[in-house]
Design a protein around this ligand. Structure first.
Ligand code: CP
Length: 294
């Protein structure tokens, strides 16, 4: 039984084992198996989600697990109950694993030390989103065959991005070169000296061009002048998409701000893998849940 809190420190062998198992599930001939029959998995989302929550639920149901959905908005969290007491309550009731998304950074590490069931990080603040990076790495491997030697540009709101951090750790372990591109106020202070920042022109020459969502809900006022200006300086516009290498792919974790970080017509461009990423989220999460409770 194993938790998945982040990709920082995870070995190449462990990442490869998850990718291999995801590939097994992606090609599995039937939709539902009895693999996790009798296991109870709770999806505990203290922050909103569409893709991560539903693909975890699909993954759990495909494995034949019993699924419990906890949503903070309609729970006793509204009466002031803490995250620890909430998770401890569900653990006491007998769940076998918890999928958890949280706003504050650092709380998940503390929880994992106090809770005995495996916890899977579905995104904690701007720290990590390991299953997103695993599905991103899986998508890259599907297109290029291997990760070793790839150059990956991650463009946008790095400071607020758990996706950027998990991809940085996972991709580096797998032998890719990761470079960031961001306006100065969106560069990650905690990663200073650990990462190369490049211009938008250089970022577009990579094998993988990954855009990040402008996380307006996490911004202090005045962080950007306007969405139009951001698009002009850092957006993957239809014009900029013409500069991509023919073999390059476009990625974005979604949800997408159309016509801000990526133009409407580029979202489903022939080089875009945005909806492929979403599809790959299900087998990746099947592999991760199975690893935790299988
Ligand atoms: N990519 C991602 O985490 O999307 P959601 O916030 O909708 O889960």
């Amino acid at each position: 039984e194993r938790s998945l809190l982040g990709l920082k420190g995870m070995s190449k062998q462990e990442i490869e084992a998850i990718l291999e198992r995801a590939s097994y599930w992606a090609n599995y001939p039937v939709k539902v198996t009895g693999q996790l029959a009798g296991k109870f998995v709770a999806n505990m989302f203290f922050e909103n989600s569409t893709r991560t929550r539903f693909s975890f639920e699909l993954a759990e149901k495909r494995l034949g697990a019993e699924v419990l959905n906890f949503s903070a908005a309609v729970s006793s969290v509204q009466k002031g109950e803490s995250i620890y007491d909430t998770v401890r309550t569900l653990e006491s009731m007998g769940i076998d694993a918890g999928i958890i998304r949280l706003k504050p950074v650092g709380v998940l590490q503390e929880l994992a030390q106090k809770i005995r069931i495996p916890l899977i990080n579905a995104g904690d603040g701007n720290n990590e989103h390991p299953t997103q990076a695993l599905l991103d790495i899986y998508t890259m491997r599907q297109h290029f065959g291997e990760i070793q030697g790839l150059t990956v540009s991650i463009i946008g709101d790095i400071q607020h991005s758990r996706v950027a951090r998990s991809n940085l750790w996972g991709l580096r372990t797998m032998g890719a070169e990761v470079q960031f591109c961001a306006p100065p106020q969106m560069m990650a202070q905690d990663l200073e000296g650990q990462i190369r920042y490049v211009s938008i022109e250089e970022a577009l020459r990579a094998d993988v061009v990954m855009l990040l969502r402008l996380q307006l809900e996490r911004h202090e006022t005045g962080m950007i002048k306007s969405a139009e200006e951001y698009r002009e300086q850092y957006g993957l516009t239809a014009e900029r998409a013409k500069l991509l290498k023919p073999h390059a792919i476009i990625m974005h974790p979604a949800p997408v701000n159309r016509n801000v970080e990526i133009d409407d017509e580029v979202v489903e461009h022939e080089q875009s893998r945005i909806f492929t990423q979403i599809a790959n989220g299900v087998p990746i999460r099947m592999a991760v849940i199975e690893r935790a409770v299988g």
